[in-house]
Design a protein around this ligand. Structure first.
Ligand SMILES: *Cc1c(COP(=O)(O)O)cnc(C)c1O
Length: 386
């Protein structure tokens, strides 16, 4: 099966991890701060807090921004469930804003309409989580303007967008947001096996997230409530978690980051080839906003079902039968049983649901060969009866 995504591990990556295994520290050693520095420098952020997953990073980001009981977090229904669950972890309530039918990202115009209504009803969001779906940036200028006008905080869930740019700046430098989160799961652009990072320009937010990452405990005497009892002493100042990244993971991340630029170039080459090979097929290829340089974590096509004699499901199954590991990103979050229990219903977000009824993620990963890509294209042609 040709997977929809997979990691790209070289000998340097392996050597980097082995060196840590032979060193004094498997965790809480020098590799995590080195990885954080390197990532900060790459994207142009002042502070980075590396953690054990993007899900943890989203949770810490929400807590650092003060999200709690009675608050609202809004996000897009077309994302991984973690983009919404982070609000629930904090005891807040979650709501969604439908997508733009062209970019598939949260639609700023629909956001503003919903904000106007929420202002009247007194249920304004404290946080909006913008997801850069597939690696294509959201309209961050529009979202930033709305954040200022309506007084909410902005988190970028950039799990798909490590190495991507918006208006010629790297996503992660938080020019238009409070905190940006990356994921390093193996299907994403670079990997630490499991892992994530929260980036911010704010020293205060970074300090809060760093504290909560490790039990709410500090050894920094400046943060303590009274003079230290001795050199063994630490204080717990808040209820935190163990969300730490290990040094093994950080070493892998450091090594992978050296190849990030190259990974994205390869993804662009694959996408360029898909775009031309699929041009005559009854499918919609990904539209790109001129302000964005995508990391192309995903290559999502939409079937033009009125031009195809098969159903979405039949095309999907045919591709899988042909050994093409297609996937579907994502099942709209509001249609998940857990969210339906909270009162969301089918029909709530029509653009997200229409997208779901037509979308298929084709394989794209940096080690993909032209032969593999030709297999995908041939299988797709057969599946749509072209
Ligand atoms: C992968 C992903 C996450 C979760 O990342 P983990 O590192 O696996 O926790 C969150 N949001 C989006 C959009 C993702 O794609």
């Amino acid at each position: 099966m040709i997977p929809y995504g997979r990691q790209d591990i070289c000998q340097e990556d392996i050597d980097a991890v082995v060196r840590v295994l032979q060193s004094d520290y498997l965790t809480q050693g020098p590799m995590v701060p080195t990885f954080e520095k390197k990532m900060e420098r790459y994207v142009g952020a002042k502070h980075g807090v590396a953690v054990n997953s993007a899900t943890s990073a989203l949770h810490l980001a929400c807590l650092a921004l003060g999200l709690g009981k009675g608050d609202w977090l809004w996000t897009t229904p077309v994302s991984f469930v973690a983009s919404a669950n982070c609000g629930l972890y904090c005891g807040a309530k979650v709501d969604f804003v439908d997508i733009d039918p062209i970019t598939y990202n949260l639609c700023p115009r629909k956001l503003e309409n919903k904000l106007l209504l929420a202002a009247k009803e007194g249920r304004m969001p404290k946080i909006v989580v913008a997801v850069h779906l597939c690696g294509q940036a959201c309209d961050m200028k529009a979202l930033h303007t709305l954040a200022g006008r309506y007084g909410f905080k902005l988190i970028e869930d950039a799990s798909h967008a490590v190495g991507a740019k918006y208006c010629d700046e790297f996503i992660g430098n938080c020019s238009y947001s409070d905190i940006t989160v990356f994921s390093f799961h193996p299907v994403k652009i670079i990997t630490t096996a499991e892992g994530g990072i929260a980036l911010t320009q704010s020293a205060d937010l970074a300090q809060k997230m760093a504290l909560l990452r490790s039990h709410g405990i500090t050894r920094d005497t400046d943060l303590m409530t009274h003079v230290t009892d001795g050199s063994w002493y630490y204080q717990q100042l808040d209820l935190g978690f163990n969300y730490r990244m290990t040094d093994l993971q950080a070493a892998l991340g450091i090594s992978q980051l050296d190849r990030l630029t190259n990974f994205i170039k390869k993804r662009h080459a694959i996408v360029g080839r898909y775009n031309s090979l699929l041009a005559d097929l009854p499918v919609v290829t990904p539209w790109q906003h001129p302000d964005t340089y995508s990391s192309y974590h995903l290559y999502v096509i939409r079937l033009e079902l009125d031009r195809i004699q098969k159903t979405h499901r039949q095309v999907f199954d045919k591709l899988r039968e042909a050994g093409v590991g297609v996937n579907l990103h994502y099942i709209p979050i509001h249609t998940q049983p857990f969210y339906q229990q909270m009162g969301f219903a089918q029909g709530d977000y029509p653009e997200a649901e229409k997208y779901y009824s037509e979308a298929i993620s084709l394989p794209v990963f940096s080690t993909m060969t032209e032969d593999q890509q030709d297999t995908v294209v041939k299988a797709l042609k057969e599946a749509v009866g072209y």
